[in-house]
Ligand binder design. Structure first.
Ligand code: GDP
Ligand code: CA
Length: 327
């Protein structure tokens, strides 16, 4: 069975670990979000690709969900001693090595897809991990920063890099707009459209619908290829009981006018794209609403408390795919 998964960071990676356990013989291609990528200290950092690679390769900091196990931060401390920041972005010594290798290879002229393949030679994630594009895409968020000095308290409106919004500001101010800068001109990376065309099933894991899956779908050609693939497209809700399980997805959903509920996210993707949608059992009451939107829906436990739980979710997604295929 050939499975294509559109993945962000933590939610995508943990689901993929379950999927691998559920169907060990499947041929899995992961199309990774690169809208979160950022250049820091002269290095190219791809947080979502690395989270998938480290999680599936056994190098992830389990508790945190990102970054390396047994990490130390000497390099960051030394940089800070020179006054070189930003200090708000956590980069450990082990993690730095990945970004150095990546930046060196990019500098030598290799596209990001080839670099990712080379990095995966070490980590052996057991899936084929392809960035959504080799072109530069950077998600920016429009915000109005509070200004205690002004009469109204409202300050300057500006666009900040997604990481600055998410990590430095911790989504503490409303996201007024979310723009994947460069996406319109980007081309899908080699292998992306081919994998979609050859897939037996396409899965949207419980990743952020706006800044992870949404950004991948913003690369021209990818959304169309998925809609035209003629195979079941099944999603799993990252929203459980009207709130994101982790993180601040509600903030970026509000920016695109979508309420933070499992059915609203399904409607946002729409029946033109999604054939099936899994919601958590606490959201069983919304199954009818999703089905009324033309999307087959089931309520099953959706908390990835461990790998077995994620594997059960993956099996439910594949079962729903077979139901969709049968009609
Ligand atoms: P990021 O790039 O690290 O933010 O990760 P993703 O975009 O892949 O996933 C983030 C989303 O995963 C968040 O919106 C969370 O609500 C969701 N998520 C995290 N853990 C779980 C879980 O156990 N169950 C479900 N249903 N969603 C989860
Ligand atoms: Ca991310």
């Amino acid at each position: 069975m050939r499975i294509v998964v559109l993945a962000g960071g933590i939610g995508g990676a943990r689901f993929l670990r379950g999927l691998k356990q559920a169907v060990p013989d499947a041929d899995i291609t992961v199309i990774g979000n690169t809208g979160d990528d950022i250049h820091l200290f002269g290095l190219k950092i791809c947080p979502d690709l690395d989270t998938v690679m480290y999680t599936l390769g056994g190098g992830i900091d389990e508790e945190q969900g990102w970054g390396r196990t047994d990490e130390t931060f000497h390099l960051k401390e030394e940089l800070a001693a020179y006054g070189v920041g930003p200090e708000w972005f956590g980069l450990g010594d082990r993690d730095f090595a990945t970004h150095i290798v990546r930046t060196q290879m990019l500098g030598a002229g290799f596209p990001l897809s080839a670099v990712t393949e080379a990095l995966c030679d070490r980590w052996q994630p057991g899936v084929r991990l392809i960035p959504m594009t080799d072109d530069r895409v950077e998600t920016h968020v429009a915000v109005t920063l509070p200004d205690s000095g002004s009469a109204t308290g409202a300050g300057e409106r500006k666009a900040v890099h997604f990481q600055e919004y998410w990590v430095r500001l911790r989504a503490s101010v409303p996201a007024e707009a979310v723009v994947p800068v460069g996406a319109e001109q980007a081309k899908p990376a080699p292998g992306v459209l081919e994998a979609i065309a050859e897939a037996d099933v396409i899965l949207f894991p419980p990743s952020n619908p706006v800044v992870s899956v949404g950004t991948i779908l913003a690369v021209p050609g990818i959304r169309e290829a998925i809609a035209d693939a003629g195979v079941p497209v099944i999603g799993l809700s990252p929203i459980v009981g009207d709130a994101p399980v982790r993180g601040m997805a509600d903030k970026v959903l509000a920016a695109v006018g979508v309420e933070s509920t499992a059915p609203a996210v399904a409607e946002h993707y729409g029946s033109g794209l999604l054939d099936g949608w899994l919601v958590d059992t606490v959201d069983a009451g919304c199954v009818e609403r999703v089905e009324a939107a033309g999307i087959r829906c089931r309520a099953v436990p959706l908390m990835m408390t461990d790998v077995d739980a994620a594997a059960r979710m993956a099996r439910e997604a594949l079962t729903l795919a077979e139901e969709v295929r049968a009609v």
